[in-house]
Design a protein around this ligand. Structure first.
Ligand code: NAP
Length: 318
């Protein structure tokens, strides 16, 4: 089929779920799979490719598509595109907004907030020691949870935590007014936000403005004995600062889903630290079938002359 092809450029991802989802949701578009191996590469005539579905595209692949109309990220974050130094500048990048991704992230956040709030890690240690001991039950209405990032994911998690009666605050770049959430914004309000936050969740995009934000100064601004849940990107965290804060008791426990290097290297001290819980970048995984609702809606928008939704602003990087 000539014209209006979608090219899948995600060398580390399984292709079958995407092929099936595209066949169902965009049956009038040809689904092609890029490969670094010329014998397996299914790009065909590059001029046919109007859309690229990408995760960590190798340098220059997208630049070789002369009729590209939109680049669809297969994740909510778009920092994975930064390594493509030849990314075409005039083609819009569309981030992923997907109900399954949002639901999965809120489940992850709620699970770990409840884990720390209800001291489940301590009960696990009692169990392992054969100890029968009850601790005072904490009150959600007295627990101050704070979310860095009040976008698609942070906003949903904040709303669900507020429904469970936690005291929820959020921090964003622009000013917000969300009923039931104490809203902070901008660099000047970061410290006041941290001062009141006992369980901190990071759901920021990784940009020049947010890299290394989870550092010694941030941990020091939080009440002693606080908790950290980082489910955004490894680049938000200064690893050595977290280890020091855990060892001093400033931070009592941390759950980390994302790391500077993934998979997390075998020798990394996080693996064996007694106050750290690790998940393998699995806080919320992209689901092809539901993601195609968003991608196909945008393809239809573009082809009908309507604006794309979820375009990344090159000035802010998200
Ligand atoms: P989003 O809708 O773009 O929301 C980003 C939020 O961060 C917005 O509230 C934004 O503020 C705020 N923000 C950005 N830069 C800021 C700055 N310099 N200072 C203060 N606030 C800033 O993104 P999303 O869909 O919620 O996704 C967030 C991130 O989650 C992704 O970028 C990705 O890294 C991560 N993620 C991780 C997983 C996983 O499995 N671990 C899965 C999916 C996503 P404004 O509202 O003012 O714009």
């Amino acid at each position: 089929m000539a014209g209006k092809a979608l090219l899948f450029v995600a060398p580390s991802d399984k292709t079958d779920p995407w092929r099936e989802a595209c066949a169902e949701k965009l049956p009038d578009h040809d689904f092609r799979i890029w490969s670094a191996d010329p014998a397996k590469d299914g790009t065909g005539d590059a001029a046919d490719v109007h859309y690229a579905l990408v995760w960590k595209p190798p340098v220059g692949v997208l630049a070789g598509l002369p009729n590209l109309k939109a680049i669809f990220s297969l994740g909510a974050g778009v920092d994975h595109l930064n390594t493509d130094t030849a990314l075409p500048k005039n083609v819009p990048v569309v981030r992923l907004v997907d109900r399954c991704l949002t639901q999965g992230m809120s489940e992850y956040v709620l699970y770990w907030v409840i884990h720390y709030h209800r001291k489940m890690g301590v009960y696990r240690k009692f169990h392992e020691a054969g100890t029968w001991k009850q601790m005072r039950q904490a009150d959600a209405e007295a627990r101050r949870v704070g979310i860095l990032g009040l976008g698609e994911l942070g906003g949903d998690a904040a709303g669900k935590l507020a429904m469970m009666h936690y005291q929820v605050a959020g921090w964003s770049r622009r000013e917000k007014n969300i009923p039931g959430i104490e809203c902070f914004h901008g660099p000047d309000q970061l410290v006041p936000f941290l001062n009141r936050t006992e369980i901190l969740i990071c759901l920021l995009p990784l940009t020049d403005g947010t890299r290394g934000i989870l550092n010694a100064a941030a941990f020091g601004a939080m009440p002693k004995g606080s908790f950290l849940i980082n489910c955004a990107r490894g680049g938000h965290l200064v690893d050595a600062d977290l280890l020091a804060a855990l060892d001093s008791g400033q931070i009592e426990g941390a759950t980390l889903d994302v790391f500077h290097t993934e998979p997390l290297p075998e020798a990394h001290p996080f693996w064996t630290h007694p106050k750290i819980n690790i998940t393998p970048h699995a806080a919320s995984l992209t689901v092809a079938s539901s993601s195609l609702d968003w991608i196909s809606m945008n393809v239809r928008n573009l082809e009908a002359g309507r604006p794309l939704q979820g375009i990344v602003d090159p000035a802010t990087g998200y």
